[in-house]
Design a protein around this ligand. Structure first.
Ligand code: SF4
Length: 277
């Protein structure tokens, strides 16, 4: 057999209209699969979300959620945080990693909020990105979830799944944001981001995607990149789909899984009630 003949048959190139249709169908399927998709950081106001998002770099949302209750109790406002003693702040955020750099960002951004924005988090992208430690991704998280301004948040999950879905080939988060944005109405952007991230965390993992247990497999050109045996794939599912608590200590009331344990509390190991998959 020639080398050519042993290659997989090339897929028919997808037209733009077919791509848009397929992308929107994936979004609808994900909406049915995760009707309760939500931001996985605990927060009560824009300032808390901004701080939590800065802390979430290079760590899990769970770790941030376990860290912020003590942090927000000690420094409830930007003014309080701007006046924090750096060593005490570093100690409080140490569990999130890179705590010296993150403490510096938090001191810088809370000082800027105090001095330039009357202690309020601004609701515009161009202002948010001028704050120390705040990039486009963080700004979009805050805008979408604390101000209701539609935004696509390209984190590691969103980028990976967008490429697996064939929505983009780019590795550059800003390009991914632009290209995926053209496939969906603006009003869908924020919830689309949550749904895709939920799917990435629960099913379509970076190294071992659970293709055999993935309800959107028929719409996914990357089916087969992970485990296709249904039973084996089921074992790869995580969080509420796999019987483990989610990332939030205070999930919304419609979340079907268990709240995550507080820092230092024993991890909940009991599987969740039947029917949660
Ligand atoms: S079929 Fe596989 S690669 Fe595609 S979305 Fe599902 S888990 Fe991910």
């Amino acid at each position: 057999m020639s080398e050519q003949a042993s290659l997989k048959p090339a897929r028919k190139p997808e037209s733009r209209i077919a791509l848009v249709r397929r992308a929107r169908r994936i979004n609808r399927e994900l909406a049915e699969l995760y009707p309760y998709a939500h931001p996985e950081l605990d927060f009560e106001n824009p300032f808390q979300l901004l701080v939590a998002t800065v802390l979430s770099a290079q760590t899990t949302d769970l770790r941030v959620n376990q860290t912020t209750p003590a942090l927000f109790a000690a420094y409830p406002t930007p003014e309080d945080l701007a006046a924090a003693e750096p060593e005490r702040l570093e100690e409080l955020i140490r569990p999130t990693g890179f705590f010296r750099a993150k403490a510096k960002s938090l001191l810088g951004l809370s000082t800027a909020l105090r001095d330039r924005y009357d202690g309020e988090v601004p609701g515009r992208l161009e202002d948010l990105v001028t704050l120390p430690g705040v990039g486009r991704k963080t700004a979009n998280v805050v805008l979408g979830n604390a101000f209701g301004v539609p935004g696509i948040t390209v984190d590691t999950h969103f980028g990976r799944l967008s490429r697996r879905f064939g929505w983009t080939t780019s590795e550059d988060p800003e390009k991914v944001e632009q290209e995926v944005g053209t496939l969906f109405p603006k009003s869908e952007w924020t919830m689309l981001s949550h749904r895709v991230v939920f799917h990435g965390r629960r099913t379509c993992h970076s190294r071992k995607p659970a293709c055999g247990a993935c309800p959107i497999a028929p719409l996914c050109p990357s089916y087969g990149e992970g485990e296709t045996d249904p039973e084996k794939a089921k074992k790869l599912l995580k969080y509420e789909l796999g019987g483990a608590p989610g990332q939030r200590l205070q999930p919304p009331s419609d979340y079907p899984g268990d709240p995550a344990p507080a820092l230092g509390a024993p991890a909940a190991t009991a599987p969740m009630t039947q029917g949660s998959e």
